[in-house]
Write a protein that binds this ligand. Structure first.
Ligand code: J2J
Length: 537
């Protein structure tokens, strides 16, 4: 089994007694619906329509083939697929076989994928030959040189010499053995943290905790067999997978329509063609959708619910959404670590536009505290800390970071600055974690700073957020260098050569003589941010 920080026994008992933890595998969200409505369409992916029976069958087949191959419960897998039906076939197959997946984002590159491999040492890799990291064998050879070669590699859009993913889920094994999912209170899969540290952190999620968050979310969002959900943001992201996301839709028996990205022209065409009634977006995407010409927006008339989350969403824009799309708006404030807040569908318009909602569960314990850990009065700003039936108790193999991220009672500090009102609703007003939220894509400053100083001409680096009309925030790298000729281009090329995801490249670069320091000798990022406001780069 994968080792992870369990909930203390008294909490586990309470979560079971309250009916949150069902002690069933997370694949329940699929198998129950497949039993109930086998012929209902589960996924529309370009020209393909896959019903629940087929989705269940494909994932059974792949699970059985993997077990036949000798992969077993407790093994790990690294998966990187674009938004497509295979993402869910693979996810359910791995869970059925007890193989614990980590679903990388499709825009992750060698740097991120390499770090994931180091952390989980996957026996299985599932990826796409269309992705730039896998369109040749360099990365696979690099893994092999590091003694990290997976035992089995399955490829989508496979070459002749590859093991073809499509064959593996379509062609049945010689015999089916009993599936062996990991126990419901053990790790089902790894979720990715937005991060604020040097290396991307992994979040162990159990069947019990994740299944509860999905079930409860589906109920809060009134999902049903009539839900037609557009999956237009990255499928592995916690929000799009579980709030209530595709898993919530499968649980309710609705239909998930795949879009490669939130690009408006394609999404609007899909919404019209498939009469989609629900979509989950980040603020920058909804702003882009609002800017489209009215005759284009008319194609979205079937939409009944637009969810917005992942980054801060100004009240004025929220009001505009109501006006422009004329459908329900729901704000979602969540985190891959657990806690998710929603405005409720029957809330007043004032609550919906001005807050980020309230927690899913009556047993979500949320505290808003000052720097000394004392609760602040309602309505005042403080740091959010939380524990509950679906909030994790520790990052994977990160004792030092866990010592900082959790308090002695097991509350997780999310790094968000919030205000909570007497009705329990939360407003996100800022952040203490060293992270840049670039239109919902999270960048851990330290991770990029560590890579920047590996450039031979860089002696110090600090990455800070700058506000941006479209993305909310973009990144600016302050660089100290002895080389007056050092260019932004050379720095970006260096980072790209190290294989980081493109969204992590600094949007701006500022050369300075030295980094201002705080009283304790750390880079004074507040002053750096202020200097940008006075002298925009
Ligand atoms: C302001 N900041 C927000 C919001 C997240 C549902 C929705 C989102 C995520 C997510 C998620 C925000 N307003 N509405 O996992 O299940 C920022 C906060 C938070 C961090 C978490 C879900 N919604 N944020 O975005 O793990 O800073 O999850 O702590 O990617 O995003 O990021 P992530």
């Amino acid at each position: 089994m994968i080792s992870f920080t369990h909930w203390p026994e008294e909490f586990a008992r309470r979560y079971r007694d309250q009916g949150y933890w069902l002690d069933q595998p997370l694949t329940r969200v699929l198998t129950q619906t497949a039993g109930r409505s086998p012929l209902a369409t589960a996924i529309i992916c370009a020209e393909r329509r896959i019903n629940y029976q087929e989705l269940n069958h494909y994932s059974d087949t792949l699970a059985a083939r993997l077990m036949e191959q000798g992969l077993a419960s407790g093994d790990t897998a690294l998966v990187q697929l674009p938004n497509c039906a295979e993402f869910y076939i693979v996810f359910f197959a791995l869970l059925k076989a007890g193989i614990v997946p980590l679903n990388a984002l499709y825009n992750h590159r060698q740097h991120e994928l390499g770090s994931f491999c180091h952390q989980i040492k996957p026996k299985l890799l599932i990826a796409s030959r269309r992705h730039e990291v896998f369109n040749n064998n360099e990365f696979l050879q690099h893994l092999s040189a590091q003694h990290l070669s997976p035992e089995l590699v399955l490829m989508q859009d496979a070459l002749e010499s590859d093991q073809n993913l499509a064959d593996w889920y379509s062609n049945p094994p010689a015999s089916y053995s009993q599936f062996a999912p990991t126990p419901a209170d053990e790790v089902a899969f790894f979720q990715l943290s937005g991060g604020s540290t040097g290396t991307p952190k992994l979040i162990p999620r159990t069947h019990n905790d994740y299944d509860y968050s999905v079930r409860a979310s589906a109920e809060i969002c009134h999902l049903s067999a009539h839900t037609r959900f557009l999956c237009a943001m990255p499928a592995p992201h916690n929000y799009i997978l579980s709030s209530p996301g595709a898993l919530g839709v499968f649980h309710a028996g609705g239909c998930v329509v795949m879009a490669p990205s939130p690009e408006p022209a394609n999404c609007f065409a899909l919404i019209e063609q498939h009469q989609i009634n629900m979509v989950a977006l980040v603020p920058s995407a909804i702003s882009l959708w609002m800017q489209q010409p009215e005759q284009e927006r008319l194609k979205t008339r079937s939409l009944q619910l637009i969810q917005v989350g992942g980054a801060s969403f100004p009240e004025s824009v929220a009001r505009q959404v109501l006006h422009v799309f004329g459908c329900q708006l729901q704000q979602v404030f969540g985190m891959a670590e657990g806690l998710v807040n929603y405005t409720r569908l029957d809330d007043t318009e004032a609550l919906i536009v001005s807050t980020q909602g309230r927690p899913i569960s009556p047993d979500d314990e949320v505290r808003v505290v000052d720097a000394e850990g004392n609760d602040v009065p309602d309505g005042e700003t403080g740091m959010l800390k939380t524990r509950g039936p679906y909030t994790f108790r520790g990052y994977y193999q990160s004792p030092e970071h866990n010592a900082q991220a959790f308090d002695a009672e097991g509350f997780y500090y999310s790094g968000d600055l919030v205000q909570r009102y007497s009705n329990g609703y939360i407003k996100v007003v800022g952040r203490v974690k060293d992270q840049i939220n670039r239109g919902g894509e999270k960048i851990a400053a330290e991770e990029i700073e560590k890579l920047l100083i590996t450039h031979p001409d860089v002696s110090a680096a600090a990455l800070v957020a700058v506000s941006d009309e479209r993305f909310g925030e973009k990144s600016c790298a302050f660089i100290v260098s002895h080389n007056p000729q050092l260019s932004a281009l050379s720095l970006k090329r260096h980072l790209l050569n190290l294989g980081i995801a493109h969204y992590k490249l600094p949007d701006q670069v500022c050369m300075i003589d030295s980094l201002p320091l705080t009283a304790v000798g750390k880079p004074d990022k507040k002053r750096l941010r202020e200097s940008l406001q006075h002298h925009p780069a």
